[in-house]
Write a protein that binds this ligand. Structure first.
Ligand SMILES: [Zn+2]
Ligand SMILES: [Zn+2]
Length: 120
């Protein structure tokens, strides 16, 4: 008896016309599986760091509320704040807390693709 092959992501049976080495039912599932793999790899990286007592290297304290969080798990890897509310609060408070000569940003900051941008 021939075993029904299933998509490795959504577990739906593959079409009979699927290639012999097909693992997913379509491009969407293949992309989703790749995203999930990357996410698991990221969680594994963070988990390993936590287990080895290197939490300070991978975790971050939100500068607004002081909560510790893990950028990369549910957050962008370069996240600074743990919540959108904190980001908003920091943004509102920024001119008062951080007097910066370039604040507010000049509206005429149109990017000029001159240096560093290699044309193909
Ligand atoms: Zn699928
Ligand atoms: Zn916060």
């Amino acid at each position: 008896m021939e075993q029904v092959r299933r998509c490795e992501h959504c577990r739906r049976p593959l079409r009979v016309t699927a290639r012999a080495d097909a693992r997913y039912c379509g491009g969407a599932c293949r992309a989703a599986a790749a995203r999930r793999r990357r996410r698991y790899a990221e969680i594994e990286r963070l988990g390993t760091a936590l287990v080895r007592g290197r939490a300070a290297e991978v975790g971050r304290f939100c500068p607004v509320c002081g909560l510790w969080f893990l950028p990369g798990v549910g957050f962008r890897r370069d996240a600074v704040y743990d919540r959108p509310a904190c980001r908003t609060a920091a943004w509102r408070a920024r001119p008062a807390v951080l007097p910066c000569p370039s604040w507010p940003p000049a509206p005429s900051a149109t990017p000029t693709p001159q240096d560093g941008e290699d044309e193909i």
